[in-house]
Ligand binder design. Sequence first.
Ligand SMILES: NC(=O)C1=CN([C@@H]2O[C@H](COP(=O)(O)OP(=O)(O)OC[C@H]3O[C@@H](n4cnc5c(N)ncnc54)[C@H](O)[C@@H]3O)[C@@H](O)[C@H]2O)C=CC1
Ligand SMILES: C[N+](C)(C)CC(=O)CC(=O)[O-]
Length: 502
Amino acid sequence: MGVTMTDISAIRTIGLVGGGVIGAGWAARFALAGYDVKIFDPDPEIGRKVEEVLANARRAQQRMLGALLPVEGTVTVAASLAEAVAGVDFIQESLPEVEELKQRVLKEIEAAARPDVVIGSSTSGLLPSRLQSVLVHPERFVVGHPFNPVYLLPLVEVCGGEQTTQATKDIAAALYTECGMQVLHVRVEIDGFIADRLLEALWREALWLVNDGVATTAEIDDAIRYGAGLRWSFMGTFLVYRLAGGEAGMRHFLSQFGPALKLPWTKLVACELTDELTDRIAAQSDDQAGGIDLRTYERKRDDCLVDVMTSLKGNDFASGATLKAHAERLAAKKSVASEPERADAPLPLLSTFVDTAWIDYNGHMTEWAYLKLFGDTTDVLLARIGAGLDYVAAGHSFYTVETHLRHLGQARLGEAVRVTTQILGADAKRLHVFHSMTGADGSVIATAEQMLVHVDAAAERSAPMLPAVAAEVEALARAHADLPRPDAVGRSIALPAAKVPA
Ligand SMILES: NC(=O)C1=CN([C@@H]2O[C@H](COP(=O)(O)OP(=O)(O)OC[C@H]3O[C@@H](n4cnc5c(N)ncnc54)[C@H](O)[C@@H]3O)[C@@H](O)[C@H]2O)C=CC1
Ligand SMILES: C[N+](C)(C)CC(=O)CC(=O)[O-]
């Protein structure tokens, strides 16, 4: 099926050329987003390598998104380049960073692929105008520069060349976004794009510091990870330095620290990678790694990245906002259709998916999260009876004065949970409710019995409900009067009789 230039819903299968660090990372990113992947790499070990990267990626993404993840796409190792790209709906090239090689293979890709299919390139700095110049259809070529590990880091720089159409950039950007990535549009075509210009400046300086015997690889990494690296995970250099300028902000920062830039402390030219320096860096790096193998280190890195992004998700900030939006998109695709109320059944008030922030060290939804969801359900009920935020603003409210929570099963990350509410009774000032939470398989995993008291909020005293609310409560209480009373109502916590010490 063809893909129109404005529609990515027709994209099902993605062809990957090059399956090294980045190509295998793309395979995992796309497959875990539900796309089928065909990958070609002449490396005879390609199948094993991709499988290992995919296993680590699956583990990390499950920690981050759990049951929200879509059904995983298939990953097929193709026997030839033509097999990997023929008939696919999008292509991502991740060949070694050599312009002539990329140009030669891009021509081979074009000869085997559909003429309209978008070709993304992972190049970290080569100019798209030069790469696309060899193509018959250069308009469908665009750079999509990712960051390692591609399956976790959201950033992808999208940069078109002189002949790239806007539609091509839009398709690539839409696809990457759909896979949970954060697109940074590089508006001016420039060697190294934006991020690698910055990374390379730091990297040059780091190599000089080792070369000049100022610091070891481990000391330089400490200088980053205990300081600036921590704040870079959520604020970039400009925002960080604005805050460092105190109340006078960026102007003060520039006037105080600007003159030092002219000293200059940094060299900003490449140091010669002599055999001696390469040996020294490699030996220090081996020493620093402490004999831990690559895949184990990758898992450590992935765990830390997931923890950082999950925390930032709670703050709805930086990459956390990207993750939150992605989780919401995935949840919307799986969303449970809202249920109509029935007179002969408890009210269906809340449907949601278990969030990463609610998971404990056992991998299950933690205690307080149950109370939060039951509390949220009560809020939905209050809105339903006309006691929502306007009612509160007018000085009336309900306070919860007693809760009895029971835990009967487990909810896991991303699982769909649903809460229904039965009105057990009410009088002029009190509302007695029973919430029941079911998991994805429909079994009850928790219940909460609550007593709410209506209050005059300003006086902080109980008070009768306003007539309109009282009428809604009465109607619901009457409708629920004939429902079977849950066994757990009124139960208290106690050991079974036989276990009570005499
Ligand atoms: N490693 C990194 O940190 C990042 C790399 N990139 C970019 O991604 C691209 C790939 O880099 P890496 O994955 O790091 O390199 P890599 O060396 O790990 O992988 C390159 C792969 O291409 C394969 N290959 C060589 N000739 C081929 C051909 N004719 N057809 C198919 N496959 C072929 C090789 O067998 C190898 O597996 C480069 O353009 C690089 O600049 C982008 C972001 C980060
Ligand atoms: C070293 N590198 C230039 C290939 C790095 C990148 O392009 C991005 C990254 O993951 O750091």
